[in-house]
Design a protein around this ligand. Structure first.
Ligand code: PMP
Length: 292
């Protein structure tokens, strides 16, 4: 049947998959999403992604359209139908279809859409790998812990980064601290060997990949601090990297045109990438705790 998507109770041909024009996701960005990576046939950090999905839904008072068990079955079935072993699954839940009106509709069933994409991943990186990052002001709303489908600020941030020749944008808050990447978390390894990333409060999305990377780093004996850091601190860093489900852990070699350290992927970054890859293939979900 070719590539398939899941739309509100049915598996349909991807090219013919449609949603209603009065879906509140389309009209108000009234919905949430998750992206779960599939590595060698199994989902990486599935439990964490489903925990964050629930958090996002609860904060917005959107009902889970199906039970956890059914959702997991549907995810597995979509992967099976698309015959994918490496890639990712995109999952979106909106408040559903209703005549356009800001307040919550009384009787609406939340809508579930899932698609998949094939992608291959490699644990190792060549010495000239690494990405460039461009900073932009963080102009988003105050509840960035919710994985909202309202992504206009990130669209603009990525476009600005692309026009500046960079792969990712690092968003900077009004106090001069880096919050996170447009679609990733931001990390630095300080000169003193401390791994730093922003604390998981409402100012950033609590990255599922970053959560596991933090565990892996601690297991390697690396000290991890969750606190804000400035661009000035990042310019001086020994290493810098980003984490996300689709990039795992990618070295940052340039920030706003300034070379990070010697301009090559850092040793710890490459190590963590390899460890995350191994961890992903072993399906050992690390515990996932929600910040209060
Ligand atoms: N921050 C933002 C803004 C993101 O969009 C993402 C990617 N979903 C992340 C961080 C990383 O999250 P995860 O590791 O769960 O993919």
């Amino acid at each position: 049947m070719g590539r398939q998507a899941y739309v509100n109770g049915r598996f349909v041909r991807h090219a013919e998959a449609t949603v209603h024009i009065e879906d509140r996701g389309y009209q108000f960005a009234d919905g949430v999403y998750e992206v779960v990576t599939l590595l060698a046939g199994s989902f990486v950090d599935e439990a964490g992604h489903l925990a964050r999905l629930k958090h996002s839904l609860e904060e917005l008072r959107i009902a889970m359209p199906v039970s956890d068990a059914v959702l997991k079955l549907l995810m597995a079935e979509l992967i099976r139908r698309n015959n994918i072993r490496n890639g990712y699954l995109y999952l979106q839940i909106t408040r559903g279809v209703a005549p356009r009106d800001f307040k919550f509709p009384k009787k609406t069933r939340s809508a579930l859409v899932m698609t998949t994409r094939r992608q291959s991943f490699s644990p190792s990186l060549s010495d000239d790998a690494g990405i460039k990052v461009a900073s932009v002001p963080d102009i988003r709303w105050a509840r960035r812990d919710i994985k909202s489908i309202g992504l206009l600020a990130q669209v603009l941030a990525k476009q600005n980064a692309t026009e500046a020749g960079a792969f990712e944008a690092w968003m900077v808050d009004s106090d001069g601290f880096v919050t996170e990447g447009a679609s990733s978390n931001a990390w630095i390894l300080t000169k003193n060997g401390v791994l730093v990333t922003r604390q998981a409060d409402h100012s950033v999305l609590h990255g599922i990949t970053g959560n596991s990377i933090e565990y892996l780093a601690r297991e390697l004996g690396v000290k991890v601090e969750r606190r804000p850091f400035t661009l000035a601190e990042a310019f001086e860093a020994r290493e810098a990297f980003i984490t996300s489900a689709t990039t795992f852990c990618l070295p940052v070699i340039e920030i706003d045109g300034r070379t990070v350290a010697n301009g090559h992927p850092g040793e710890l970054t490459c190590n963590l990438r390899q460890h995350y890859f191994d961890y992903g293939q072993k399906r050992q979900d690390r515990p996932f705790a929600w910040p209060k």
